[in-house]
Write a protein of this length. Structure first.
Lengths: 234, 315
């Protein structure tokens, strides 16, 4: 039994099918990257884990099915979600943004805040700043921090590098790697940037038009011509 | 914002000042203040729902009317004492609030606003058609029991109401509930993604809003002693409430209160110069300009002015 398992997962928007029979698994403590172009279904896949889309098939966390649970219950059972950086609460302070993530938590708030401030000292310095006035990199940190406030066992991160300068991408990669190392966090990221994904993840899955086309470890796929062609060509 | 000693001192001075106010101003001014107090209650009720969660209600008179009509009918037609009729009115309004909540499960944005407008219109038609012997039909009701005699007592009652409601709401909105409700207004999907049950949160906002509207409506009708459906279920009344909340500063407590006073006195002072409906152009214009340049409202303008003064005095 794997830590996080997907079993013939399909997702629908009305009648349109966005994901087709996806099966894969994530082991505890690893970083997995889902890569694919715009519209391949990456965000839909993460939304499906969170119960935000209509799905068939099954998703299991440590053998326990998440299918049919409400998003609130899925978060409670240990899945944290950092959507794209635009999904913050713009006219709230950094601290209030984090506290929204802590809404369901009762005991771990101080402990989680400390862990987040260790990872992102900048968020502590600027805890009263409105996130609408922050840079893209800082917003990404707030988004990751808010997801950590829910005390997750697996963290889903949607396109952490979208719209970020290369230097900031490195910073975000560093932080994700530290979360993985220091907090023993299992992480699933989606990416268009295959280089970034390869630096960070141990395994890659490639989504194309809602189907899982290629999968393997980073070492296996590093020189794969199909991947080269599709994601390094431009 | 941390609470400092001078905040407490200012508030104490304010409350003492309000206590002695009837000695200083005319009865006419007191009556204007009383109206402002009730408008402030309605604006707070609107703001906890619409200002925070972004579910804009154009039908708030539906809730206010439920509270007002319930207690008016109970006391006048069935001789129920106000100690029972007012809590009953609040309960009925909260049931009405849950009716208003149902469309919010499916629609948001302008569609939700339109549905609430329909609720108000429906209520207006219903009170005229169904049992006019109870509701008074088109002409409404008069001779409803009043709780106080004279402007001074009416002022104290309305001030006590807005002070306790305002303080209670302020405390409640300081908690995580307040933060979460504001977060829904900014990005409902992200709130769901953070594992919060947005349905329950929205229901809480509707219930709170209905509670305040019902209480305000019930006390207001026992102050006026009469009820006029044409004036109550009126789009002008809706806009006055919304403009008060937005003008003062939505998503705060002091903002709607401030906005209600500003609007009421503005309309009152404009009366000698512009006796007709032209006055509404003026406040519409002010609301438009303010909303374009400072969407956080007058309360925020004052705050910035205050911190600018403080900043200067320090350097």
């Amino acid at each position: 039994m794997s830590f996080l398992e997907f079993d013939n997962l399909s997702a629908f928007y009305g009648k349109a099918q966005a994901l087709r029979d996806i099966s894969f698994s994530v082991e505890q403590g690893e970083i997995v990257a889902i890569i694919g172009a715009n519209g391949a279904g990456k965000s839909t896949l993460l939304d499906s884990i969170m119960g935000l889309t209509k799905t068939t098939g099954d998703i299991r966390l440590e053998g326990k099915s998440l299918a049919g649970l409400s998003t609130a219950d899925i978060v409670k059972s240990g899945v944290g979600y950092a959507p794209e950086r635009f999904n913050l609460f713009p006219f709230m302070s950094v601290r209030d943004n984090l506290m929204v993530g802590a809404f369901t938590a009762r005991d771990d708030i101080e402990q989680n805040l400390e862990a987040i401030h260790r990872l992102f000292p900048r968020l502590e310095e600027r805890e009263n700043q409105e996130t609408s006035t922050q840079s893209g990199g800082e917003r990404q940190m707030v988004s990751l921090g808010r997801a950590l406030m829910t005390s997750p066992r697996v963290l889903l991160v949607d396109e952490p590098t979208i719209g970020l300068a290369p230097k900031l991408c490195d910073e975000i990669a560093e932080v994700l790697a530290r979360m993985n190392r220091e907090l023993k966090m299992t992480i699933v990221i989606t990416e268009q940037n295959a280089n970034f994904a390869m630096k960070l993840a141990s395994r890659l899955y490639v989504l194309e038009s809602g189907e899982m086309r290629i999968s393997g470890t980073v070492d296996e796929l590093r020189d794969d011509p199909r991947l080269m062609e599709a994601y390094f060509g431009h | 914002m941390n609470i400092r000693w001078y905040h407490l001192a200012l508030w104490t001075a304010f409350i003492v000042g309000m206590f002695f106010l009837p000695q200083l101003v005319s009865k006419g001014t007191l009556r204007t203040i009383i109206f402002a107090n009730y408008l402030a209650i309605f604006a707070i009720s609107w703001d906890v729902l619409s200002g925070r969660t972004g579910y804009v209600s154009f039908g708030h008179p539906f809730l206010i009317g439920l509270g007002a009509y319930t207690t008016a009918i109970l006391t006048k037609r069935f001789d129920v004492p106000v100690e029972i009729s007012i809590p009953a009115a609040v309960l009925v309004t909260m049931v009405g609030g849950s009716l208003l909540f149902l469309p919010a499960l499916r629609v948001r944005g302008s569609y939700f606003a339109l549905v609430t407008l329909a609720f108000m219109e429906l209520m207006y038609q219903l009170v005229q058609v169904i049992r006019p012997d109870l509701t008074g039909g088109t002409r409404g009701m008069s001779g409803i029991q009043t709780l106080t005699r004279g402007a001074v007592n009416g002022y104290y009652l309305s001030f006590g109401l807005i002070a306790s409601l305002g303080f209670g709401m302020w405390l409640l909105m300081k908690t995580r509930l307040g933060t979460a409700l504001s977060a829904i207004g900014m990005n409902e999907e992200a709130v769901r993604g953070s594992g919060l049950n947005t349905t329950k949160l929205k229901l809480a906002a509707f219930m709170l809003s209905a509670f305040v509207a019902g209480l305000g409506g019930a006390f207001y009708v026992h102050y006026l002693g009469s009820i006029a459906p044409r004036a109550l279920f009126d789009i002008n009344f809706v806009f006055t409430i919304i403009v008060a909340a937005i003008l003062g500063g939505a998503s705060t407590i002091i903002g709607p209160i401030f906005g209600a006073f500003f609007l009421t006195f503005l309309l009152e002072y404009l009366r000698p110069y512009l006796p007709g409906a032209e006055r509404y152009f003026i406040y519409g214009g002010i609301a438009l300009v303010l909303y374009m340049f400072e969407p956080k409202g007058l309360h925020h303008v004052l705050q910035m002015a205050l911190s600018a003064i403080k900043g200067k005095s320090r350097s």
